[in-house]
Design a protein around this ligand. Structure first.
Ligand code: MGD
Ligand code: MGD
Ligand code: MO
Length: 765
């Protein structure tokens, strides 16, 4: 058996088919901490939900395009490629001529697979741009709130999200790590594109060896590796801002804040201090006040504030904290707090964002530009903040606020998705189903019958990364990895590129889309132009045939000078930040001028809807944390061995405290029904004292398997609210939702989403 190189979002590997045709996978030999998720890969080839042939929803085929509540409830008819592409190109032309390019939504958010050329979203955008453009989306579900608010606070999101302190600097200098949301090790194997060497687990081990003091502020103990001896503050979810404000309040009243730093480097501190002291609203944001909200003893908050002021302290905030209502606030408050400590720009001090959210935060890999496919230019200016998809489809023409401007939703007639799964990633899936009934046509490219494919009219089967040739490299990756073809394309599946090339030929834009190249010629071309570009900089890279044969290229270890904060500290005039004041804006006059009650001009405690302290909790008394799954990437390869091994009673596992399980008569391994007024799902109960009572945890990613408004498989997004973080950022708030749980009485409905939907081969059957 010959093992061939490839890579995935969770790391590089080599793989081959054994004599029985089974995929054997071996981690990259230089990876110090290979991801357990590699164990899901064999299912990519064998999963029964692989799509065999192009398929069209019967109603669309028979009645033509138009809004249809049957979308997602009807059988499919298999058709040949020519028929599918003929029908789709005619529909694209119809929509363009009747409604214009703006009526095509091609945001197509999603992670797809690793690989620089066969990147599904880039392929779609390049194709739609060649066709005259499309309504696009901005930002991400990952950190779409921070991306909008950070430029107001520090002038840039990139430097906070990508170029904070490196882990070695933290390990060497930090004395106290204050980790809001922890540093969840399950997450750090993942980066977009994948990294070959996973460094972060090693740094976490070094933190333990060096006895760095760690404060874990999270409802879940598992948010920090057990080997790290941390002090656990089991905070009530969504109250981190109150905790931070009380730390800040303690610093002020005890004179522990760094006045010199605040005067020299920050704008608006005095106004913020008035808020902390309650001079205008009569509410001092002191430890006693925060204790009532956070459920952390006031004395512990005060003691932590004192230790933070006395030590080199690094404050980290996971991205999950901004994936909630008012998600701007904990990020802004953490920056204000770090500024008050006066350690921003000192090695191992200051603040960071996303440590433990992804593998590249704080990583030491090179920051190297690798080859990529140009998407061309989109002549259509219309876009939405990505998480407003259902709003856009349900309320065409209505107005909404975004980052200080009023915008209008377009009237979308055709939705085109390649490489993403909105029925994984979006909130309130029953509402999303109604939204997906609105357009005339929904097109999905997928290797698998995901819930999104099942809600489409035209479903085109694509290869997985194992079935084509490409190269891949993630952010801060040490290598460019040749991705060899390991298996033949499944059934009739085609590469996204080949599908778009076939459409482009029908639409008369083939030259613009393909530029006359085959996929293999594109690989050579992208690689060679990159190689030439580097040669101009004196960096010599092997020829493409040599690279392909070797299977990898070790990227030069370009030294990255992540000195933004050190430079700013050294000279805040020469290195002024790109904010209106040139400083860290503890108060942003610009944000204040927008007049948003859900995002005022400085960090503030704002009561959300979905939290344990509010009115809604009297009806739904448990706060469900819908975080990232440890056993897969999002919804990908849910049928894989690692993902399946984590299921309980065949469903996603929900973790709950015995104090919550007991009174509800719930035992370990029971099938439970989790519900609120938006929907319900079934899950398998796991009892643990590793989370605070009142909190339950159900990760995202079990494939949506609806029986009416209930998902029988355990997808938390049937429960989550389709609410934006605020009018400022319109970010995703999927991390938290209030629910009630009961034992499921009787025989639970079986899972059907792990088999293909009903498909007839001929129209008349
Ligand atoms: N409740 C809640 N919801 C959340 C979150 C949360 O914290 N809580 N987190 C959010 C976050 S951070 C994210 S990033 C999103 C993730 O949401 P998504 O990125 O949409 O999720 P994936 O499952 O990765 O979807 C990628 C899809 O691409 C398909 N695919 C793979 N390779 C190819 C290919 O070559 N071509 C084509 N056409 N398709 C391919 C896969 O089969 C898969 O179905 O979820 C968000 N949703
Ligand atoms: N294995 C695996 N790794 C992944 C992914 C995956 O799907 N699987 N997805 C990747 C992607 S796309 C992204 S964007 C990142 C996401 O990175 P994050 O958003 O940081 O990850 P989550 O696991 O959703 O949340 C991290 C932790 O935050 C804690 N938390 C939730 N609410 C609160 C709160 O109110 N207060 C406090 N203090 N803590 C809270 C939860 O306990 C949770 O475990 O992960 C990446 N890594
Ligand atoms: Mo994400």
């Amino acid at each position: 058996m010959r093992l061939r190189p490839s890579t995935s979002h969770w790391g590089a590997f080599s793989a081959g088919l054994d004599e029985n045709g089974h995929l054997q996978v071996s981690a990259h030999p230089e990876d110090p901490a290979p991801s357990p998720l590699l164990g899901n890969l064999p299912s990519a080839l064998t999963d029964p939900t692989r799509i065999a042939a192009p398929a069209i929803r019967r109603g669309w085929l028979e009645r033509g395009p138009g809004p249809d509540p049957k979308r997602g409830h009807e059988e499919f008819v298999e058709v040949g490629w020519d028929e599918a592409l003929d029908l789709l190109s005619a529909e694209l032309l119809r929509v363009r001529s009747e409604h214009g390019n703006e009526a095509i939504y091609g945001g197509s958010y999603g992670w797809a697979s690793a690989g620089r050329f066969h990147h599904a979203q880039s392929q779609l955008h390049r194709f739609l741009n060649a066709f005259g453009g499309f309504t696009s989306s901005r930002n991400t579900y990952s950190n779409g709130t921070s991306t909008v608010v950070l430029p107001h606070i520090v002038g840039t999101a990139t430097d906070v999200l990508r170029n904070g302190s490196s882990w070695p600097t933290i390990v060497a200098n930090t004395e106290l790590l204050v980790a809001f949301g922890g540093v969840p090790e399950k997450n750090v194997f993942v980066t977009p594109g994948g990294v070959t060497r996973h460094h972060t687990p090693g740094f976490l081990a070094q933190l333990a060896d060096r006895d760095v003091e760690v404060a874990l502020i999270s409802p879940l103990r598992a948010d920090l590796p057990a080997r790290l001896d941390a002090r656990w503050y089991p905070i009530r979810p969504a109250t981190d801002t109150a905790f931070m404000l009380a730390l800040a309040h303690t610093l002020v009243v005890e004179g522990l804040h760094d006045r010199r730093f605040l005067d020299r480097y920050c704008a608006g501190y005095d106004e913020f201090e008035r808020y902390l002291l309650g001079l205008d609203d009569g509410i001092a944001k002191d430890a006693a006040w925060a204790s009532a909200l956070t459920d952390i003893p006031a004395a512990d908050i005060v003691a932590l504030a004192r230790r933070m002021a006395a030590r080199r302290t690094f404050i980290t905030v996971t991205w999950s904290l901004q994936r909630i209502e008012h998600g701007e606030q904990p990020v802004w408050a953490a920056i204000a707090l770090a500024a008050m400590l006066g350690q921003i720009g000192l090695p191992g001090g200051g603040f960071g964002h996303g440590y433990g959210s992804m593998g590249d935060s704080g990583d030491i890999g090179p920051d190297f530009r690798v080859p990529y496919l140009s998407q061309g230019i989109n002549p259509v200016r219309q876009y939405i903040p990505v998480a407003r998809i259902a709003d856009m489809l349900l309320r065409p023409g209505s107005r909404y606020q975004y980052d200080g401007a009023e915008r209008t939703y377009p009237d979308i007639r055709l939705v085109y998705w390649a490489g993403g799964n909105p029925f994984h990633h979006h909130q309130d899936l029953n509402r999303l189903r109604r939204a997906f009934a609105r357009p005339d046509t929904v097109v999905v490219h997928e290797p698998f019958w995901t819930a999104t494919a099942r809600h489409a009219d035209i479903v085109l089967p694509t290869t997985t990364a194992l079935e084509r040739e490409d190269f891949g490299s993630g952010r801060r990756d040490t290598h460019l990895i040749a991705m060899h073809r390991i298996a033949e394309p499944r059934a009739q599946s085609r590469d996204d590129y080949a599908i778009f090339a076939g459409l482009a030929a029908r639409l008369g834009i083939e030259d613009r889309f393909t530029e006359g190249r085959t996929a293999w010629e594109w690989l050579e071309h992208l690689y060679d132009s990159w190689r030439q570009h580097l040669a101009g900089k004196g960096i010599s890279v092997p020829s493409f045939p040599e690279f392909w044969e070797t299977g990898q290229y070790r990227l030069p270890n370009t030294e990255i000078h992540r000195t933004l904060w050190a430079d700013f500290r050294a000279d805040p005039v020469a290195h002024r930040l790109p904010t209106p004041s040139g400083r860290i804006e503890i108060v942003s006059k610009r944000v204040a001028s927008f007049g948003y009650d859900d995002c005022p001009g400085h960090p503030a405690w704002l009561e959300p809807v979905e939290w344990l302290g509010g009115e809604r909790a009297s009806r739904f008394p448990l706060l469900l944390i819908a975080n990232q799954p440890h056993a897969r990437l999002h919804g990908q390869l849910d049928g894989g061995a690692v993902s399946q091994a984590a299921k309980v009673a065949g469903r996603e596992a929900v973790r709950l405290h015995p104090e919550d399980a007991g009174p509800r008569g719930i035992n370990e391994g029971d099938v439970v029904r989790i519900f609120n007024d938006r929907g319900a799902c079934l899950a398998g109960a796991v009892l643990t004292t590793d989370l605070r009572p009142g909190v339950v945890q159900l990760p995202t990613g079990a494939w949506f398997d609806p029986h009416g408004t209930m998902c029988v498989h355990g997808n938390p997004n049937v429960l989550t609210a389709d609410l934006p973080s605020s009018q400022l950022s319109q970010g995703c708030t999927g991390q938290h939702v209030l629910v009630e749980i009961e034992r499921f009485a009787g025989e639970p409905p079986g899972i059907v989403v792990n088999r293909p939907p009903v498909i007839s081969r001929k129209r008349d059957v």
